[in-house]
Ligand binder design. Structure first.
Ligand code: AMP
Ligand code: MG
Length: 314
């Protein structure tokens, strides 16, 4: 039931790093504190996603959106016309956004939405910070439009659900990139024509899968952070001149070393993955030797990302 007590309980759950499912007008979202990398890692684990896609940060209104993203004139126009509502804007991320690297897959950009649903609004106001919330279903399943769908898929894998009845729109938000000329990334609950009439011109499209759980073809869209350094996978030991990205107990090594999780924990490793790759780049690493990471649980998505990082640069 969606009452004041359940909303306060969900906000407390998010503050504690938990996973709370909640209704929005598009579909039910599985929420986690966007500022807490381990909570975001647990969200991927609960969904069983085989890859890390950047997530949409949900906020209560434009003022909160401005704290995490930078708006140009087109973005201002679109936000004024369509928020709250089923439109997600991809914008430059503010450096002080306080959003975990894993939530944006290491990017300098961020997808932001203000949902138009009284329960989502109340929760975002009570939590008072950005909440990442992909659809509340197991990876590969259809998006849930009522609380029973969520429970059928995620019972026992999430901490809490607020039942707000069926979602009115029933399809995911339209995603529009505002990083240059506005570009349609994913058709959704807001029609292209409506966006075009506000902008006064037609929109370019860049095809990305309609299902946020479908893998993005590498290179189709800069949807992940790509390290500048070369990457050598499944390294037993780093060689001279390399930097080391370790997992678990690391070999003694004089060069630059970052450890994804000294205790060998995959949730912690996922939370650190993009920040550590960035830090190794910033340290000027030419080649990063990466120790092997187990392939179970979140290890599948971590290995997917590392394999992309190791692929020849285009
Ligand atoms: P969802 O899982 O419904 O939250 O949708 C997330 C989808 O939004 C991802 O799969 C991406 O296609 C897209 N997306 C999110 N953030 C970005 C970003 N910074 N740049 C480009 N696409 C993004
Ligand atoms: Mg989905």
């Amino acid at each position: 039931m969606a009452d004041e007590a359940s909303i306060e309980a969900a906000a407390a759950c998010l503050r504690a790093g938990g996973l709370a499912a909640f209704p929005t007008e598009t579909v039910y979202g599985l929420g986690a504190d966007a500022g807490n990398g381990e909570a975001v890692a647990r969200l991927y684990a609960a969904k069983g996603r085989p890859a890390f896609n950047p997530l949409i940060a949900h906020v209560a209104g434009l003022a909160a959106a401005r704290r995490i993203a930078i708006f140009d004139a087109d973005a201002e126009k679109l936000a004024a016309a369509f928020w709250p509502g089923p439109l997600t804007l991809v914008l430059p991320k503010r450096p002080d956004a306080g959003v975990a690297d894993l939530a944006v897959a290491g990017l300098d950009t961020i997808a932001v939405r203000v949902p138009d649903h009284p329960v989502a609004q109340a929760l975002l106001k009570a939590f008072d910070g950005p909440v990442v919330a992909p659809s509340a279903n197991r990876s590969g399943h259809v998006s849930p439009t009522d609380a029973d769908h969520v429970l059928a898929d995620l019972r026992g894998r999430i901490d809490l659900i607020i039942d707000g009845g069926p979602s009115a729109v029933g399809v995911e938000s339209t995603i529009l990139s505002c990083l240059g000329a506005p570009t349609l990334l994913r058709p959704g609950g807001l029609a292209r024509e409506q966006i075009e009439s506000v902008l006064g011109h037609t929109l370019a499209s860049a095809a990305v899968p309609a299902d946020d759980d479908a893998p993005l073809a590498p290179g189709m869209l800069a949807s992940h952070y790509a390290p500048k350094a070369g990457v050598r996978l499944d390294a037993q030991a780093p060689r001279d001149g390399e930097a080391l990205l370790a997992f678990g107990p690391a070999p003694a090594f004089a060069g630059t070393t970052f450890n994804l999780s000294p205790r060998g924990d995959l949730i912690e490793a996922a939370a650190n993955l993009f920040s550590h790759l960035r830090a190794l780049d910033a340290a000027g690493a030419n080649t990063i030797a990466v120790m092997s990471v187990p392939r179970h649980g979140l290890g599948e998505a971590i290995n997917d990302r590392l394999a992309r990082a190791a692929a020849p640069k285009e």
